[in-house]
Design a binder for this molecule. Structure first.
Ligand code: OOB
Length: 546
Protein backbone atom coordinates (compact mmCIF):
# COMPACT_ATOMS: atom_id res chain seq x y z
CA UNK A 1 0.00 0.00 0.00
CA UNK A 2 1.29 3.44 -0.88
CA UNK A 3 1.01 6.01 1.86
CA UNK A 4 1.34 9.69 1.04
CA UNK A 5 2.44 12.51 3.29
CA UNK A 6 1.77 15.95 1.89
CA UNK A 7 1.90 14.58 -1.63
CA UNK A 8 5.16 12.69 -1.17
CA UNK A 9 5.53 8.92 -1.18
CA UNK A 10 5.97 7.60 2.34
CA UNK A 11 6.67 4.35 4.16
CA UNK A 12 4.11 1.61 3.59
CA UNK A 13 1.84 0.72 6.51
CA UNK A 14 3.84 -2.42 7.38
CA UNK A 15 7.07 -0.46 7.77
CA UNK A 16 5.33 2.24 9.84
CA UNK A 17 3.98 -0.40 12.17
CA UNK A 18 7.38 -2.08 12.47
CA UNK A 19 9.39 1.08 13.15
CA UNK A 20 6.91 2.10 15.87
CA UNK A 21 6.72 -1.34 17.42
CA UNK A 22 10.51 -1.75 17.50
CA UNK A 23 10.93 1.64 19.16
CA UNK A 24 12.67 3.55 16.39
CA UNK A 25 9.79 5.95 16.10
CA UNK A 26 8.14 7.78 18.99
CA UNK A 27 5.04 9.91 19.27
CA UNK A 28 6.65 13.31 19.87
CA UNK A 29 6.88 16.16 17.41
CA UNK A 30 10.16 18.06 17.28
CA UNK A 31 8.32 20.96 18.93
CA UNK A 32 7.22 18.69 21.83
CA UNK A 33 10.79 17.51 22.25
CA UNK A 34 12.14 21.00 22.91
CA UNK A 35 9.60 21.30 25.75
CA UNK A 36 10.74 17.99 27.23
CA UNK A 37 14.41 18.98 27.00
CA UNK A 38 13.64 22.32 28.68
CA UNK A 39 11.91 20.43 31.48
CA UNK A 40 14.96 18.24 31.95
CA UNK A 41 17.86 20.67 31.42
CA UNK A 42 16.13 24.05 32.06
CA UNK A 43 19.01 26.16 33.40
CA UNK A 44 21.81 24.62 31.36
CA UNK A 45 23.10 26.66 28.42
CA UNK A 46 21.51 25.35 25.23
CA UNK A 47 22.85 27.64 22.50
CA UNK A 48 25.77 30.08 22.34
CA UNK A 49 25.88 32.43 19.35
CA UNK A 50 28.26 35.37 19.61
CA UNK A 51 27.28 37.33 22.71
CA UNK A 52 23.95 35.47 23.01
CA UNK A 53 23.74 32.58 25.49
CA UNK A 54 20.32 30.99 25.91
CA UNK A 55 19.43 28.35 28.45
CA UNK A 56 17.08 25.51 27.54
CA UNK A 57 14.23 27.27 29.38
CA UNK A 58 14.93 30.53 27.55
CA UNK A 59 15.06 28.82 24.16
CA UNK A 60 11.79 27.07 24.94
CA UNK A 61 10.11 30.37 25.84
CA UNK A 62 11.57 32.21 22.82
CA UNK A 63 10.37 29.45 20.46
CA UNK A 64 6.92 29.53 22.02
CA UNK A 65 6.68 33.31 21.61
CA UNK A 66 7.92 33.05 18.02
CA UNK A 67 5.30 30.38 17.23
CA UNK A 68 2.53 32.66 18.55
CA UNK A 69 3.80 35.63 16.55
CA UNK A 70 3.93 33.57 13.37
CA UNK A 71 0.35 32.37 13.99
CA UNK A 72 -0.77 35.97 14.55
CA UNK A 73 0.79 36.87 11.22
CA UNK A 74 -1.42 34.28 9.55
CA UNK A 75 1.02 31.41 9.14
CA UNK A 76 -1.10 28.29 9.42
CA UNK A 77 -0.50 24.62 10.09
CA UNK A 78 1.19 22.95 7.12
CA UNK A 79 2.40 26.22 5.54
CA UNK A 80 5.90 26.09 4.15
CA UNK A 81 8.37 28.83 5.13
CA UNK A 82 11.77 29.38 3.53
CA UNK A 83 14.42 29.69 6.23
CA UNK A 84 17.58 31.32 4.87
CA UNK A 85 19.39 32.13 8.09
CA UNK A 86 23.09 31.76 8.85
CA UNK A 87 24.34 30.40 12.18
CA UNK A 88 22.90 33.07 14.47
CA UNK A 89 20.89 32.93 17.70
CA UNK A 90 17.75 33.40 15.59
CA UNK A 91 18.19 30.11 13.76
CA UNK A 92 17.07 27.75 16.55
CA UNK A 93 14.33 30.15 17.70
CA UNK A 94 12.90 30.40 14.20
CA UNK A 95 13.25 26.67 13.55
CA UNK A 96 11.44 25.63 16.73
CA UNK A 97 9.01 28.56 16.44
CA UNK A 98 7.92 27.37 13.00
CA UNK A 99 7.72 23.73 14.15
CA UNK A 100 5.52 24.72 17.10
CA UNK A 101 3.31 26.81 14.84
CA UNK A 102 2.83 23.62 12.80
CA UNK A 103 4.58 25.21 9.81
CA UNK A 104 7.22 23.42 7.74
CA UNK A 105 10.65 25.08 7.50
CA UNK A 106 12.34 24.80 4.09
CA UNK A 107 15.98 24.79 5.16
CA UNK A 108 18.02 26.56 2.52
CA UNK A 109 21.75 27.22 2.80
CA UNK A 110 23.15 30.71 3.43
CA UNK A 111 25.21 30.45 0.22
CA UNK A 112 22.09 29.87 -1.89
CA UNK A 113 21.21 32.81 -4.09
CA UNK A 114 18.22 33.97 -6.07
CA UNK A 115 18.03 31.09 -8.56
CA UNK A 116 17.98 28.41 -5.86
CA UNK A 117 15.76 30.31 -3.42
CA UNK A 118 13.24 31.12 -6.14
CA UNK A 119 13.17 27.50 -7.25
CA UNK A 120 12.76 26.18 -3.69
CA UNK A 121 10.14 28.80 -2.73
CA UNK A 122 8.11 28.02 -5.86
CA UNK A 123 8.48 24.25 -5.51
CA UNK A 124 7.32 24.32 -1.89
CA UNK A 125 4.69 27.02 -2.45
CA UNK A 126 6.18 28.86 0.52
CA UNK A 127 4.14 31.61 2.17
CA UNK A 128 7.04 33.31 3.95
CA UNK A 129 10.79 33.88 3.80
CA UNK A 130 12.98 34.43 6.88
CA UNK A 131 16.50 35.76 6.38
CA UNK A 132 19.09 38.10 7.85
CA UNK A 133 19.22 41.77 6.74
CA UNK A 134 22.76 41.62 5.39
CA UNK A 135 25.11 38.65 5.76
CA UNK A 136 28.62 38.27 4.36
CA UNK A 137 28.08 41.58 2.56
CA UNK A 138 24.99 40.25 0.77
CA UNK A 139 21.62 41.98 1.15
CA UNK A 140 19.05 39.26 1.78
CA UNK A 141 16.17 41.78 1.85
CA UNK A 142 16.80 42.60 -1.81
CA UNK A 143 16.88 38.91 -2.63
CA UNK A 144 13.60 38.34 -0.77
CA UNK A 145 11.88 41.20 -2.60
CA UNK A 146 13.09 39.85 -5.95
CA UNK A 147 11.97 36.31 -5.18
CA UNK A 148 8.56 37.57 -4.01
CA UNK A 149 7.91 39.17 -7.41
CA UNK A 150 8.42 35.78 -9.06
CA UNK A 151 6.71 33.58 -6.45
CA UNK A 152 3.19 34.88 -5.77
CA UNK A 153 2.56 32.62 -2.74
CA UNK A 154 5.33 34.40 -0.82
CA UNK A 155 3.37 36.87 1.33
CA UNK A 156 5.66 37.61 4.27
CA UNK A 157 9.30 38.63 4.07
CA UNK A 158 10.76 38.50 7.56
CA UNK A 159 14.12 39.95 8.50
CA UNK A 160 16.44 39.23 11.39
CA UNK A 161 17.69 42.82 11.79
CA UNK A 162 16.75 46.04 9.99
CA UNK A 163 13.83 45.80 7.58
CA UNK A 164 13.32 47.78 4.35
CA UNK A 165 9.99 48.65 2.69
CA UNK A 166 8.06 45.47 1.92
CA UNK A 167 9.77 43.45 4.67
CA UNK A 168 9.09 43.03 8.42
CA UNK A 169 11.59 42.75 11.25
CA UNK A 170 11.22 39.61 13.38
CA UNK A 171 11.39 41.93 16.39
CA UNK A 172 8.27 43.81 15.15
CA UNK A 173 6.02 40.76 14.75
CA UNK A 174 2.71 40.86 16.65
CA UNK A 175 2.82 39.13 20.03
CA UNK A 176 0.04 36.64 19.30
CA UNK A 177 -2.43 35.08 21.69
CA UNK A 178 -2.24 32.52 24.47
CA UNK A 179 -4.50 30.12 22.49
CA UNK A 180 -3.23 26.55 22.31
CA UNK A 181 -0.80 25.96 19.43
CA UNK A 182 -1.59 23.27 16.87
CA UNK A 183 0.05 19.90 17.35
CA UNK A 184 0.96 18.25 14.05
CA UNK A 185 0.82 14.50 13.60
CA UNK A 186 4.36 13.17 14.32
CA UNK A 187 4.14 11.13 11.10
CA UNK A 188 3.86 14.32 9.06
CA UNK A 189 6.61 16.35 7.42
CA UNK A 190 8.56 18.35 10.02
CA UNK A 191 11.20 19.96 7.79
CA UNK A 192 12.12 20.04 4.12
CA UNK A 193 15.86 19.62 3.51
CA UNK A 194 17.61 20.51 0.27
CA UNK A 195 19.26 17.66 -1.62
CA UNK A 196 23.04 17.87 -1.86
CA UNK A 197 23.23 16.60 -5.43
CA UNK A 198 25.50 18.63 -7.66
CA UNK A 199 23.55 17.84 -10.81
CA UNK A 200 20.25 19.43 -11.82
CA UNK A 201 18.06 21.61 -9.67
CA UNK A 202 18.00 20.88 -5.95
CA UNK A 203 15.15 18.70 -4.75
CA UNK A 204 13.30 18.88 -1.45
CA UNK A 205 13.47 16.04 1.01
CA UNK A 206 10.56 15.56 3.39
CA UNK A 207 11.71 14.56 6.89
CA UNK A 208 9.00 13.64 9.35
CA UNK A 209 9.01 14.41 13.08
CA UNK A 210 9.40 10.74 13.89
CA UNK A 211 12.17 9.90 11.49
CA UNK A 212 14.17 13.05 12.14
CA UNK A 213 13.88 12.71 15.93
CA UNK A 214 15.22 9.16 15.61
CA UNK A 215 18.00 10.34 13.25
CA UNK A 216 19.24 12.85 15.86
CA UNK A 217 18.79 10.60 18.92
CA UNK A 218 20.55 7.58 17.42
CA UNK A 219 23.37 9.79 16.10
CA UNK A 220 23.91 11.28 19.58
CA UNK A 221 24.16 7.76 20.94
CA UNK A 222 26.76 6.68 18.38
CA UNK A 223 28.86 9.73 19.31
CA UNK A 224 28.33 9.05 23.05
CA UNK A 225 27.14 12.63 23.50
CA UNK A 226 26.24 13.67 27.05
CA UNK A 227 25.24 16.82 28.92
CA UNK A 228 28.95 17.51 29.45
CA UNK A 229 29.59 17.94 25.74
CA UNK A 230 29.98 21.24 23.93
CA UNK A 231 29.17 20.82 20.23
CA UNK A 232 30.54 23.33 17.73
CA UNK A 233 28.47 23.88 14.57
CA UNK A 234 31.02 24.94 11.92
CA UNK A 235 28.83 24.14 8.92
CA UNK A 236 25.57 26.01 8.23
CA UNK A 237 22.83 24.63 10.49
CA UNK A 238 20.44 24.21 7.57
CA UNK A 239 22.56 21.24 6.48
CA UNK A 240 21.61 17.82 7.81
CA UNK A 241 25.10 17.11 9.19
CA UNK A 242 25.29 19.95 11.78
CA UNK A 243 21.53 19.94 12.28
CA UNK A 244 20.85 16.33 13.20
CA UNK A 245 23.92 14.06 12.83
CA UNK A 246 23.93 14.53 15.82
CA UNK A 247 24.35 18.30 15.45
CA UNK A 248 22.02 20.81 17.08
CA UNK A 249 19.09 18.44 17.59
CA UNK A 250 21.15 15.50 18.87
CA UNK A 251 23.11 17.71 21.27
CA UNK A 252 19.99 19.41 22.67
CA UNK A 253 18.43 16.00 23.20
CA UNK A 254 21.09 15.09 25.77
CA UNK A 255 21.43 18.47 27.48
CA UNK A 256 24.71 19.48 25.82
CA UNK A 257 25.64 23.03 24.79
CA UNK A 258 25.68 24.00 21.12
CA UNK A 259 28.06 26.75 19.96
CA UNK A 260 27.29 28.32 16.59
CA UNK A 261 30.27 29.41 14.48
CA UNK A 262 29.33 32.57 12.57
CA UNK A 263 31.68 31.61 9.74
CA UNK A 264 33.35 28.34 8.77
CA UNK A 265 36.87 29.83 8.61
CA UNK A 266 39.59 27.91 10.46
CA UNK A 267 40.55 30.99 12.52
CA UNK A 268 36.99 31.55 13.77
CA UNK A 269 36.24 27.91 14.48
CA UNK A 270 39.62 27.11 16.09
CA UNK A 271 39.23 30.21 18.28
CA UNK A 272 35.84 29.01 19.48
CA UNK A 273 37.19 25.62 20.56
CA UNK A 274 39.37 27.21 23.23
CA UNK A 275 36.92 29.99 24.13
CA UNK A 276 33.97 27.65 24.71
CA UNK A 277 35.69 24.40 25.65
CA UNK A 278 34.37 22.57 22.59
CA UNK A 279 34.42 18.76 22.83
CA UNK A 280 32.80 17.67 19.54
CA UNK A 281 32.52 19.19 16.09
CA UNK A 282 31.71 18.27 12.49
CA UNK A 283 33.31 19.47 9.28
CA UNK A 284 34.00 18.80 5.62
CA UNK A 285 37.46 17.49 4.62
CA UNK A 286 38.83 20.82 3.27
CA UNK A 287 38.23 22.51 6.66
CA UNK A 288 39.78 19.57 8.50
CA UNK A 289 42.89 19.92 6.33
CA UNK A 290 43.11 23.63 7.25
CA UNK A 291 42.68 22.80 10.94
CA UNK A 292 45.46 20.23 10.81
CA UNK A 293 47.75 22.56 8.85
CA UNK A 294 47.15 25.53 11.15
CA UNK A 295 46.82 23.93 14.55
CA UNK A 296 48.22 20.44 14.19
CA UNK A 297 51.14 19.38 16.38
CA UNK A 298 50.65 22.35 18.68
CA UNK A 299 51.34 24.85 15.86
CA UNK A 300 49.57 28.17 16.30
CA UNK A 301 48.31 29.32 19.66
CA UNK A 302 45.04 27.38 19.78
CA UNK A 303 44.27 25.30 22.82
CA UNK A 304 42.44 22.23 21.57
CA UNK A 305 42.81 20.21 24.77
CA UNK A 306 39.02 19.90 25.34
CA UNK A 307 38.36 18.43 21.88
CA UNK A 308 37.51 14.70 21.99
CA UNK A 309 35.76 14.00 18.68
CA UNK A 310 36.04 15.43 15.18
CA UNK A 311 33.44 14.22 12.71
CA UNK A 312 34.37 14.51 9.06
CA UNK A 313 32.02 13.94 6.15
CA UNK A 314 30.10 15.40 3.26
CA UNK A 315 32.83 14.38 0.85
CA UNK A 316 35.50 11.72 0.97
CA UNK A 317 38.20 12.22 3.58
CA UNK A 318 41.38 10.57 2.37
CA UNK A 319 43.17 8.17 4.70
CA UNK A 320 46.25 10.40 5.03
CA UNK A 321 44.16 13.28 6.37
CA UNK A 322 42.10 11.04 8.67
CA UNK A 323 45.29 9.63 10.20
CA UNK A 324 46.53 13.13 11.12
CA UNK A 325 43.65 13.85 13.50
CA UNK A 326 44.66 11.87 16.57
CA UNK A 327 48.39 12.77 16.65
CA UNK A 328 47.97 16.37 15.49
CA UNK A 329 44.64 17.51 16.97
CA UNK A 330 44.52 15.13 19.92
CA UNK A 331 41.00 13.92 19.16
CA UNK A 332 39.27 10.84 17.80
CA UNK A 333 38.19 11.16 14.18
CA UNK A 334 34.85 9.82 13.01
CA UNK A 335 34.10 9.43 9.32
CA UNK A 336 30.49 10.21 8.45
CA UNK A 337 29.03 9.26 5.10
CA UNK A 338 25.54 10.67 5.08
CA UNK A 339 22.92 12.23 2.89
CA UNK A 340 20.02 14.60 3.45
CA UNK A 341 17.83 11.81 2.03
CA UNK A 342 18.47 9.76 5.16
CA UNK A 343 21.01 6.95 5.52
CA UNK A 344 23.93 7.78 7.79
CA UNK A 345 27.11 5.74 8.12
CA UNK A 346 29.46 6.37 11.01
CA UNK A 347 32.75 4.83 12.02
CA UNK A 348 32.33 3.86 15.68
CA UNK A 349 34.34 5.43 18.48
CA UNK A 350 35.97 2.08 19.30
CA UNK A 351 36.75 1.05 15.72
CA UNK A 352 40.47 0.41 15.12
CA UNK A 353 42.33 3.45 13.72
CA UNK A 354 43.13 1.65 10.48
CA UNK A 355 39.46 0.97 9.77
CA UNK A 356 38.52 4.55 10.64
CA UNK A 357 41.17 5.87 8.23
CA UNK A 358 40.05 3.87 5.21
CA UNK A 359 36.30 3.50 5.60
CA UNK A 360 33.39 5.92 5.67
CA UNK A 361 31.57 4.06 8.41
CA UNK A 362 28.72 1.60 8.71
CA UNK A 363 24.97 2.22 8.86
CA UNK A 364 23.65 3.93 11.97
CA UNK A 365 20.57 1.80 12.57
CA UNK A 366 20.07 -1.95 12.93
CA UNK A 367 16.97 -1.35 10.79
CA UNK A 368 18.92 0.23 7.90
CA UNK A 369 18.77 -2.06 4.87
CA UNK A 370 21.69 -1.67 2.52
CA UNK A 371 22.34 -3.28 -0.85
CA UNK A 372 25.38 -2.88 -3.10
CA UNK A 373 24.32 -3.67 -6.66
CA UNK A 374 25.60 -3.83 -10.22
CA UNK A 375 24.02 -2.12 -13.22
CA UNK A 376 21.34 -4.78 -13.46
CA UNK A 377 20.40 -4.33 -9.82
CA UNK A 378 21.90 -7.65 -8.72
CA UNK A 379 23.85 -7.77 -5.45
CA UNK A 380 27.60 -7.76 -6.05
CA UNK A 381 30.07 -9.97 -4.17
CA UNK A 382 31.45 -8.55 -0.93
CA UNK A 383 34.40 -6.26 -1.61
CA UNK A 384 33.24 -5.43 -5.14
CA UNK A 385 32.18 -1.87 -5.91
CA UNK A 386 28.57 -1.22 -6.82
CA UNK A 387 25.79 1.31 -6.38
CA UNK A 388 24.46 1.75 -2.85
CA UNK A 389 20.72 1.22 -2.42
CA UNK A 390 19.06 1.72 0.93
CA UNK A 391 15.80 1.90 2.86
CA UNK A 392 15.13 2.24 6.55
CA UNK A 393 13.46 4.14 9.39
CA UNK A 394 14.94 7.54 8.48
CA UNK A 395 15.44 7.28 4.72
CA UNK A 396 12.87 8.95 2.48
CA UNK A 397 10.59 6.96 0.17
CA UNK A 398 9.94 9.87 -2.18
CA UNK A 399 11.01 13.46 -2.82
CA UNK A 400 8.69 16.37 -2.20
CA UNK A 401 6.48 17.10 -5.22
CA UNK A 402 8.77 15.25 -7.63
CA UNK A 403 6.81 12.15 -8.56
CA UNK A 404 8.42 11.81 -11.98
CA UNK A 405 11.84 11.88 -10.44
CA UNK A 406 10.79 9.30 -7.84
CA UNK A 407 10.24 6.74 -10.57
CA UNK A 408 13.98 6.66 -11.28
CA UNK A 409 15.31 7.44 -7.77
CA UNK A 410 13.54 4.55 -6.01
CA UNK A 411 13.04 0.87 -6.69
CA UNK A 412 9.49 -0.50 -6.66
CA UNK A 413 10.17 -2.00 -3.23
CA UNK A 414 11.20 1.34 -1.77
CA UNK A 415 14.99 1.36 -1.90
CA UNK A 416 16.55 4.78 -2.54
CA UNK A 417 19.15 4.55 -5.30
CA UNK A 418 21.86 6.77 -3.83
CA UNK A 419 24.03 7.09 -6.95
CA UNK A 420 27.04 6.50 -4.69
CA UNK A 421 29.56 3.86 -5.66
CA UNK A 422 30.65 1.88 -2.60
CA UNK A 423 32.46 -1.27 -1.56
CA UNK A 424 31.43 -3.19 1.56
CA UNK A 425 34.08 -4.57 3.92
CA UNK A 426 33.56 -7.78 5.94
CA UNK A 427 32.86 -5.61 9.03
CA UNK A 428 29.90 -4.01 7.22
CA UNK A 429 31.77 -0.74 6.84
CA UNK A 430 31.46 1.03 3.50
CA UNK A 431 34.24 2.54 1.43
CA UNK A 432 33.00 5.28 -0.90
CA UNK A 433 34.56 4.88 -4.34
CA UNK A 434 32.83 7.82 -5.98
CA UNK A 435 29.54 8.69 -7.64
CA UNK A 436 28.33 6.25 -10.29
CA UNK A 437 28.27 9.10 -12.76
CA UNK A 438 31.57 10.66 -11.69
CA UNK A 439 33.60 8.56 -14.06
CA UNK A 440 35.71 9.66 -17.00
CA UNK A 441 35.24 7.36 -19.97
CA UNK A 442 38.71 7.49 -21.49
CA UNK A 443 38.37 5.69 -24.79
CA UNK A 444 36.39 2.90 -23.13
CA UNK A 445 38.48 2.69 -19.96
CA UNK A 446 36.61 3.94 -16.91
CA UNK A 447 38.57 6.28 -14.68
CA UNK A 448 36.87 6.78 -11.30
CA UNK A 449 37.44 10.43 -10.43
CA UNK A 450 37.46 9.92 -6.64
CA UNK A 451 40.08 7.19 -6.82
CA UNK A 452 42.48 9.28 -8.88
CA UNK A 453 41.83 12.32 -6.67
CA UNK A 454 42.84 10.35 -3.59
CA UNK A 455 46.13 9.35 -5.19
CA UNK A 456 46.82 12.93 -6.22
CA UNK A 457 46.08 14.17 -2.68
CA UNK A 458 48.68 11.77 -1.33
CA UNK A 459 51.33 13.90 -3.09
CA UNK A 460 52.97 16.22 -0.54
CA UNK A 461 52.88 19.22 -2.91
CA UNK A 462 49.16 18.93 -3.64
CA UNK A 463 46.53 20.40 -1.29
CA UNK A 464 43.44 20.04 -3.48
CA UNK A 465 42.52 17.90 -6.49
CA UNK A 466 39.55 17.42 -8.79
CA UNK A 467 39.42 15.08 -11.75
CA UNK A 468 37.10 15.89 -14.64
CA UNK A 469 36.57 14.55 -18.15
CA UNK A 470 37.33 16.88 -21.06
CA UNK A 471 36.40 16.40 -24.73
CA UNK A 472 39.11 14.68 -26.78
CA UNK A 473 39.05 13.91 -30.50
CA UNK A 474 40.78 10.53 -30.20
CA UNK A 475 39.58 9.23 -26.85
CA UNK A 476 36.14 10.79 -26.68
CA UNK A 477 36.98 11.93 -23.18
CA UNK A 478 40.38 12.64 -21.66
CA UNK A 479 41.36 12.83 -17.99
CA UNK A 480 42.00 16.33 -16.68
CA UNK A 481 43.43 16.74 -13.17
CA UNK A 482 42.91 20.15 -11.62
CA UNK A 483 45.32 20.60 -8.74
CA UNK A 484 45.80 23.21 -6.04
CA UNK A 485 49.41 23.30 -4.84
CA UNK A 486 50.15 23.04 -1.10
CA UNK A 487 51.15 26.39 0.48
CA UNK A 488 54.65 27.34 -0.69
CA UNK A 489 55.00 24.25 -2.91
CA UNK A 490 55.83 24.18 -6.61
CA UNK A 491 53.06 22.35 -8.45
CA UNK A 492 54.33 19.02 -9.81
CA UNK A 493 54.61 18.73 -13.60
CA UNK A 494 52.58 16.17 -15.52
CA UNK A 495 55.58 13.96 -16.21
CA UNK A 496 56.46 13.89 -12.53
CA UNK A 497 52.85 13.10 -11.61
CA UNK A 498 52.78 10.19 -14.05
CA UNK A 499 55.86 8.70 -12.39
CA UNK A 500 54.37 9.31 -8.94
CA UNK A 501 51.09 7.60 -9.86
CA UNK A 502 52.82 4.68 -11.56
CA UNK A 503 54.89 4.18 -8.43
CA UNK A 504 51.62 4.02 -6.46
CA UNK A 505 50.58 1.13 -8.68
CA UNK A 506 48.10 2.97 -10.85
CA UNK A 507 47.28 1.78 -14.37
CA UNK A 508 48.74 3.88 -17.16
CA UNK A 509 45.29 4.94 -18.43
CA UNK A 510 44.55 6.48 -15.02
CA UNK A 511 47.30 9.08 -15.44
CA UNK A 512 45.95 12.53 -16.25
CA UNK A 513 46.15 13.58 -19.88
CA UNK A 514 46.18 17.17 -18.80
CA UNK A 515 47.09 18.92 -15.55
CA UNK A 516 45.65 22.33 -14.73
CA UNK A 517 46.98 24.29 -11.76
CA UNK A 518 44.59 26.62 -9.93
CA UNK A 519 44.69 28.61 -6.68
CA UNK A 520 41.39 27.14 -5.55
CA UNK A 521 38.48 24.92 -6.56
CA UNK A 522 34.86 26.12 -6.75
CA UNK A 523 32.80 24.77 -3.85
CA UNK A 524 29.10 24.09 -3.36
CA UNK A 525 27.11 25.78 -0.59
CA UNK A 526 28.40 23.30 2.00
CA UNK A 527 31.98 23.18 0.80
CA UNK A 528 32.06 20.19 -1.55
CA UNK A 529 33.96 20.55 -4.82
CA UNK A 530 31.49 21.77 -7.45
CA UNK A 531 32.52 19.90 -10.59
CA UNK A 532 29.83 21.44 -12.73
CA UNK A 533 31.06 24.94 -11.89
CA UNK A 534 34.65 23.76 -12.35
CA UNK A 535 33.90 22.53 -15.88
CA UNK A 536 32.36 25.90 -16.77
CA UNK A 537 35.33 27.78 -15.25
CA UNK A 538 37.93 25.71 -17.09
CA UNK A 539 36.17 26.22 -20.42
CA UNK A 540 35.71 29.96 -19.77
CA UNK A 541 39.38 30.32 -18.85
CA UNK A 542 40.35 28.52 -22.06
CA UNK A 543 42.17 25.85 -20.04
CA UNK A 544 40.33 22.98 -21.71
CA UNK A 545 38.56 22.57 -25.04
CA UNK A 546 34.86 23.42 -24.97
C1 OOB B 1 25.87 15.06 3.39
O1 OOB B 1 24.63 15.17 2.82
P1 OOB B 1 24.30 15.77 1.39
O2 OOB B 1 22.88 15.47 1.16
O3 OOB B 1 24.76 17.19 1.31
O4 OOB B 1 25.21 14.98 0.34
C2 OOB B 1 25.12 13.58 0.22
C3 OOB B 1 26.16 13.03 -0.72
C4 OOB B 1 26.29 11.52 -0.64
O5 OOB B 1 25.32 10.87 -1.43
C5 OOB B 1 27.70 11.32 -1.13
O6 OOB B 1 27.74 11.41 -2.51
C6 OOB B 1 28.45 12.49 -0.55
O7 OOB B 1 27.47 13.51 -0.37
N1 OOB B 1 29.08 12.19 0.74
C7 OOB B 1 30.26 11.55 0.88
C8 OOB B 1 30.51 11.49 2.28
N2 OOB B 1 29.48 12.09 2.91
C9 OOB B 1 28.62 12.50 1.96
N3 OOB B 1 31.10 11.01 -0.02
C10 OOB B 1 32.22 10.42 0.46
N4 OOB B 1 32.52 10.33 1.77
C11 OOB B 1 31.71 10.84 2.71
N5 OOB B 1 32.03 10.75 4.02
O8 OOB B 1 26.87 15.33 2.79
C12 OOB B 1 25.90 14.59 4.80
C13 OOB B 1 24.72 14.44 5.51
C14 OOB B 1 24.76 14.00 6.82
C15 OOB B 1 25.98 13.74 7.42
C16 OOB B 1 27.14 13.89 6.72
C17 OOB B 1 27.12 14.32 5.40
Amino acid sequence: MTVLIDGALAWPAGAVERYRREGYWGEDTLGDLLGEWAGRYGDAVAVVAGPSRRTYAELDRAADARARSLRALGIAEGDRVVVHLPNTAEFPVTLFGLLRAGAVPVLTLPAHRQAEIEHLAALSGAVAYVGPDVAEGFDHRELALQVATAVPTLRHLLVDGDPVAGTTALADLPAGTADPLPRPDPGQVAVLLVSGGTTGKPKLIPRTHRDYAYNARASAEVCALTADDVYLACLPLAHNFPLACPGLLGALGVGATVVLAPAPSPEVTLGLVAAEGVTVTAMVPPLLRLWADLAGDGRGSWDLSTLRLVQVGGAKCDATLARRVRPELGATVQQVFGMAEGLLNYTRLDDPDDLVAVSQGRPLSPADEVRVVDREGADVAEGTAGELWTRGPYTLRGYYRAREHDATSFTPDGYYRTGDLVRRLPTGHLVVEGRIKDVVNRGGENVAATELEEHLLAHPDIAGAAVVGIPDDDLGEAVCAVIVPAPGATPPKRRHLRAFLTERGLARFMSPDRVVVRDDLPLTAVGKIDKRALGVLLAAEGKVPR
